[in-house]
Design a protein around this ligand. Structure first.
Ligand code: ATP
Ligand code: MG
Ligand code: MG
Ligand code: MG
Length: 592
């Protein structure tokens, strides 16, 4: 391919609004261009890398019998209402109306659509398991789109979904995908880690994220230096910090909580969420309920205070996360639809028992959640009720001030150097990571709500057990750059380099040089290499070298009249900068 014919406009200057290396280099290398916040054009060079990565993904998924399909980006609201996510997804879901006022959204993910496809087409256990995937453009109206392709609003994702007859088979499918992801990121040639992760808004029983390790990563990862345990800091088992006793417990009892006191004030909660909690992931998809609680005041007076309960988008706080914060071994998440004190669905535990007298307040710093726990239960710490500190403050409620009898147990997130809670031997090392993929076991969350059932061998209908598996295609390409660059530009890993060889004609006006360069282009292409031939005239060799470094293809071949006088061309390795002189006729053999 001749560079004069290709759409590549390199930039000397670092674009003003580019905050991370991959974004700066991709913009400077003429790979991407911003069309609107978080929305980019993928120009020809970028698309080549994107397609190559997609190809790796397709090949590895094919080994596990996954089938590719393609679902629409525009999805009808009805499906999202069926799964109940229409009301929980929040502003990341871009909603639209057609000319008839029917509501739609741009797909941020496709659990609803795929579940609809499978329920319409799969009936028998004999057809299961089935694993379907697509490579498709997603839209998420991210609160803070940034970092170029790493956190766009429009981006390309591979999303896959598997359907199984039972839990055991779903687990099998999960680990199959886990291993496929390991193969995919290994083939890509980047340093990565699978990490245990929070299941966030999608919910489900367990999940791993795959992270490309890079200083610019938005996620913190803790990894034990002695055992296998590696997890997202958000989910790492928290160390317990000794209780701070603020004096004798005053005691609260069930009667202090007005049972039907939870009112969903969603509109207010939403507005509040939008102005006050910008950027806090917990809030992006959560619903807020107010719990009115009565606490003993001065003398006979009873004070009523509002304690806000923040519920996750899927109607429950992530039980694992809460459990880790609290170290509560016997904490049970409530079942779907189960009531919290008879008034609102989904919170984590029953209200205090009558006569319970000892209370502790746990604080979990990350999401500033406060939990009231019943300490009268021997040994076990039992979560009874929770609130978000920020929201408490919003209502003039200060847990430390207003619950004078409470014992505060401050909990903090695990950090580097902490003793590993799994093996008790090693210590945590901290890394930064870019989440490039995630595998989830979803269970029957969607299949139950959307009636996606199969008929078993006894003729009985059962909900299918599901898994879902995502890879951020465009984010991964950017992440590969975050890990592979130097002061001069990108240093592409071979498998996703837009071209493998950059052939520089240093004297394009010179017929002999042109002839040799054209010949090498043909020979290299015939040998299976992808070659970009810089045939541009009127540029100094220095300017071509700078562009070649910036574009960062693994191999560079330089053809100039000076070298040809000695019968050689020069071959340079982008990563090691190693330079070799080679006879043109021997070049292909040299690079093979
Ligand atoms: P994040 O925590 O970074 O917001 P996520 O957990 O919301 O990501 P998933 O729902 O797990 O993302 O989607 C699967 C994959 O899609 C992610 O692992 C990531 O690689 C990619 N992805 C998610 N959001 C974006 C985005 N805004 N821009 C580019 N890629 C994204
Ligand atoms: Mg997200
Ligand atoms: Mg995430
Ligand atoms: Mg994720």
């Amino acid at each position: 391919m001749k560079q004069t014919k290709m759409l590549i406009q390199t930039l000397r200057e670092v674009p003003r609004d580019a905050d991370v290396v991959s974004q700066q280099l991709m913009m400077r290398a003429g790979m991407i261009q911003k069309l609107a916040a978080g929305i980019y054009d993928y120009l020809p060079l970028a698309l080549r890398s994107i397609r190559k990565f997609e190809q790796i993904v397709r090949e590895e998924l094919a080994k596990d019998g996954c089938q590719e399909l393609l679902m629409p980006t525009v999805q009808p609201a009805e499906l999202w209402q069926e799964s109940t996510r229409w009301s929980f997804y929040g502003k990341e879901l871009l909603r639209l109306k057609d000319r008839k006022d029917a509501e739609f959204c741009l797909g941020p993910t496709h659990e609803e659509v795929i579940t609809d496809i499978v329920r319409k087409n799969v009936r028998s256990y004999k057809q299961l398991p089935m694993n379907l995937f697509q490579v498709q453009t997603k839209f998420r109206d991210e609160i803070r789109p940034r970092f170029g392709l790493m956190r766009g609003r429009e981006f390309i994702m591979k999303d896959g979904y598997s359907f199984h007859v039972d839990d055991a088979d779903a687990d099998k499918g999960y680990w199959e995908m886990f291993n496929a992801y390991k193969r995919i990121f290994s083939r890509l040639g980047v340093k990565f880690r699978p990490v245990e992760a929070d299941s966030g808004a999608i919910g489900g029983s367990f999940t791993h994220e795959f992270h490309v390790l890079a200083g610019s990563g938005e996620d913190g990862i803790l990894s034990c230096d002695s055992c296998e345990y590696t997890s997202n800091v958000e989910k790492t088992e928290a160390p317990r910090i000794p209780a701070v006793d603020h004096g004798p417990a005053q005691g609260l009892s069930r009667s202090h909580f007005r049972t039907p006191g939870i009112t969903a004030m969603e509109e207010q909660a939403k507005a509040f969420k939008d102005d006050a909690h910008d950027g806090l992931p917990l809030h992006q998809t959560s619903k807020v309920y107010w719990l009115t609680a009565e606490f003993p005041g001065e003398g006979d007076a009873t004070r009523q205070v509002a304690v806000a309960c923040v519920l996750r988008g899927d109607h429950e706080l992530n039980p694992v996360k809460v459990k880790n914060y609290l170290g509560a071994a016997d904490l049970q998440p409530m079942a779907d639809g189960e009531d919290f004190c008879g008034a609102a669905p989904g919170f984590l535990g029953p209200l205090p028992q009558e006569g319970t007298r000892h209370w502790a307040l746990h604080q979990a710093p990350k999401d500033a959640l406060v939990y009231l726990v019943d300490r009268s239960l021997e040994g076990a710490v039992n979560l009874t009720c929770g609130a978000n500190v920020t929201e408490c403050h919003h209502f003039g409620f200060d847990p430390k001030r207003d619950l004078p009898g409470a014992v505060f147990l401050d909990l903090r997130m695990a950090q580097e150097g902490d003793l590993c809670p799994r093996c008790g031997k090693g210590h945590f090392q901290a890394f930064r990571g870019i989440e490039v993929g995630q595998v989830f076991k979803l269970g029957t969350k969607y299949s139950r709500k959307m009636n996606c059932v199969y008929v078993d061998e006894h003729g009985k209908e059962n909900p299918m057990v599901m898994g879902c598996y995502g890879i951020g295609i465009t984010r991964t390409v950017a992440a590969a750059i975050e890990q592979n660059y130097d002061a001069d530009g990108i240093v592409w890993p071979w498998p996703i380099a837009p071209y493998q060889v950059h052939l520089l004609d240093l004297d394009p006006g010179n017929g002999e040089v042109r002839g040799v360069a054209d010949g090498l282009e043909r020979d290299l292409e015939a040998a299976g290499f992808e070659v970009l031939h810089d045939d541009r005239e009127g540029l100094s060799p220095g300017a071509k070298f700078k562009d070649a470094d910036l574009l960062g293809f693994p191999l560079r071949v330089m053809v100039g009249s000076k070298g040809l006088k000695d019968g050689v061309v020069e071959l340079k390795d982008r990563r090691t900068k190693e330079l070799r002189k080679v006879q043109p006729a021997a070049l292909v053999a040299e690079v093979m």
